[in-house]
Ligand binder design. Structure first.
Ligand code: PEP
Length: 254
């Protein structure tokens, strides 16, 4: 069963009202020019821009996502945003367990698992991120670390429809460094094998596994052409319309 490639932009803590709207409109216009693209497009701006970007994307094929959510629907959680609120803003996706949240906010895989379940409860699709640090890769533990994170972060109720996995080696994020294609293939294959054990082959074969970490127009073909790579989670290069769109075009799959 063919998996539809997902080209997702993680804007992180970037963008104000005017430039965020311009970026989203630029992406929407370029996607429109592509006619009937074979891949899906998604942008994940910061919370403050969600409603503005929703308006900017009106009528386009570009989906809207957020970068995190709380496990509760509402209540006394100062500074947090619930999946109900994300749904209310028009989100279809939410990124969970990004390495920056795991590092900056001490998020555990168990918490990521609970957040994913809360997201499913509102009909949101979870993009669950996993990935090893440089020290873990150098110690030969990349596969073990990613396998453990998948086992603990992905809920039993995950399906290919409600979940996307993103493999993002921590040392490749924002550094310009990328793993070898052999290493990417090896981790993606291991992730799919682990998903098959946990969720059954039917789900594992159809669930999308994105690669993230310094994806640029000039390495998109090589990375996104790999067997088990079903799209990209893109940070820095998602902040420029041209780069984001050229990643999709150069992938050869859109
Ligand atoms: C990310 O933060 O998800 C990411 C992959 O960032 P970058 O593309 O900038 O490495």
């Amino acid at each position: 069963m063919a998996r539809k490639m997902l080209i997702a932009g993680n804007w992180k803590m970037n963008g104000l009202l005017a430039d965020g709207a311009a970026l989203a409109k630029g992406v929407a216009e370029e996607v429109k020019k592509m006619g009937k693209p074979q891949c899906e497009f998604l942008v994940c701006p910061p919370f403050t821009l969600l409603t503005t970007i929703k308006k900017a994307l009106r009528g386009s094929k570009v989906a809207l996502g957020a970068q995190d959510c709380h496990i509760a629907e509402k209540g006394a959680h100062t500074g947090d945003i619930s999946p109900v609120m994300l749904k209310d803003c028009g989100c279809q996706y939410v990124i969970l367990g990004h390495s920056e949240r795991r590092a900056d906010h001490g998020e555990s895989s168990e918490l990521v698992n609970a957040k994913a379940q809360a997201a499913y409860g509102q009909g949101l699709k979870a993009i669950i991120c996993v990935g090893e640090t440089l020290a873990e890769r150098d110690a030969g533990k990349a596969l073990d670390v990613c396998t453990r994170q998948i086992l603990d972060s992905v809920p039993e109720s995950a399906t290919w429809q409600n979940t996307v996995i993103a493999y993002e080696p921590v040392w490749a994020i924002g550094t310009g460094k990328v793993p070898t294609t052999k290493d990417v293939e090896e981790v993606h294959a291991a992730i799919r094998k682990t998903l098959a054990k946990k969720l059954g082959k039917g789900n594992a074969n159809r669930m999308r596994i994105l690669y993230g970490g310094s994806v640029k127009p000039n390495n998109a073909k090589e990375l996104l052409g790999l067997e088990d790579v079903d799209g990209a989670l893109i940070g820095g290069a998602s902040l420029k319309v041209e780069d984001f769109i050229n990643i999709a075009k150069n992938s050869g799959a859109c």
